[in-house]
Ligand binder design. Structure first.
Ligand SMILES: Cc1cc2nc3c(=O)[nH]c(=O)nc-3n(C[C@H](O)[C@H](O)[C@H](O)COP(=O)(O)O)c2cc1C
Length: 295
């Protein structure tokens, strides 16, 4: 009798119960995936020393520490007053124009002078890159600075060997045709001419002092932003560079430079002065109108 009269309330109640239960299970599953700490991981030091472990995306097989998740930064992290000095608008306009003019002169250079560059400048440039924002302040970058002629020669050999295969077999007709106007090929003299090579490695994760994994959220974006800072600092210091992504050379260069397997090569930048007879393609850059959409 009671059920016959009130059955719609029973149905709604049952529906609500099932919805809440399914949402809870789904939420727990998500939490497990995102915040999981992989107990099975090798000790980081061991991983570092042996370099025998294959490239694995450790994010995929992490397990969860359901309760008592400890934040990567101190839980009692102090918040301090922000040191901000407002500049008058006219000066800000002038400064922004000046910065644009300077950055607009930046070009990718493929012929380098062998002229040395003070190490202090390079250190300041890398320090600037280290000021970039990063996902949850994980700072997921390692900059490997190479100035040793022998190491530069080995890097050049590794890259030229791979690049010849890239150009002749891997890249295909469309890609190589698109590159033709830029006059690039697999011979990379700049790798031994430039006084410095900066290899930017992206840390996919790191390990905390207690051996637990520290997740590096948005590490690709963070490293890309930091490389933008690096390029701007190179330009500001009156030097030149070439942004390159050596295709298929990551593992060989990582092994050569003794980086652990949680680090992936993101970019390689020769840094120095341009050669006296340096040429650059006469490229056009999109105008503000072409790149900006305003509401
Ligand atoms: C992600 C990325 C990868 C690049 N890879 C190479 C490369 O492997 N070799 C090269 O000569 N130039 C490379 N470039 C440089 C571009 O060709 C160059 O930035 C573009 O032609 C525009 O010229 P500009 O830098 O002088 O404005 C790369 C640039 C970017 C952003």
């Amino acid at each position: 009798m009671l059920f016959e009269e009130y059955w719609p309330y029973f149905v709604v109640g049952l529906f609500l119960y099932v919805t809440v239960r399914v949402s809870y299970v789904f939420y727990k599953g998500l939490q497990k995936r995102n915040m999981g700490l992989d107990k099975k991981n090798e000790d980081f030091g061991k991983l570092n020393r042996t370099n025998q472990v294959n490239d694995v995306d450790m994010d995929k097989d992490s397990s969860s520490e359901e309760d008592g998740i400890i934040p990567a930064l101190p839980s009692d992290l102090k918040h301090i007053p922000f040191n901000f000095e407002k500049i008058p608008e006219e000066i800000a306009i002038a400064k922004s124009e000046e910065f644009f003019e300077m950055m607009n002169k930046r070009r990718t250079v493929r012929q380098f002078s062998k002229q040395p560059v003070p190490l202090e400048i390079i250190h300041n440039i890398i320090k600037t890159a280290g000021t970039a924002p990063s996902g949850a302040h994980t700072e997921p970058w390692t900059y490997v600075l190479v100035s040793s002629p022998q190491t530069k020669q080995t890097i050049r050999e590794i890259i030229e060997e791979e690049e010849e295969i890239n150009y002749t077999r891997r890249m295909g007709k469309v890609w190589t045709t698109d590159l033709k106007p830029l006059r690039t090929n697999w011979v990379k003299e700049y790798l031994t001419d430039a006084p410095y090579l900066i290899l930017v490695f992206r840390q996919t994760y790191s390990l905390r002092d207690n051996g637990n994994k520290k997740l590096h959220y948005y590490n690709e974006q963070s490293v890309s932003i930091a490389t933008g800072f690096l390029l701007a600092a190179i330009q500001y210091a009156g030097l030149v560079s070439l942004t390159s992504t050596p295709l298929n050379c990551g593992p060989a260069l990582r092994t050569l430079l003794e980086r652990p397997t949680n680090e992936k090569l993101a970019l390689l930048l020769p840094v120095g002065y341009p050669a006296d007879d340096c040429l650059v393609p006469d490229l056009y850059r999109k105008s503000l109108k072409e790149i900006l959409v305003e509401f």
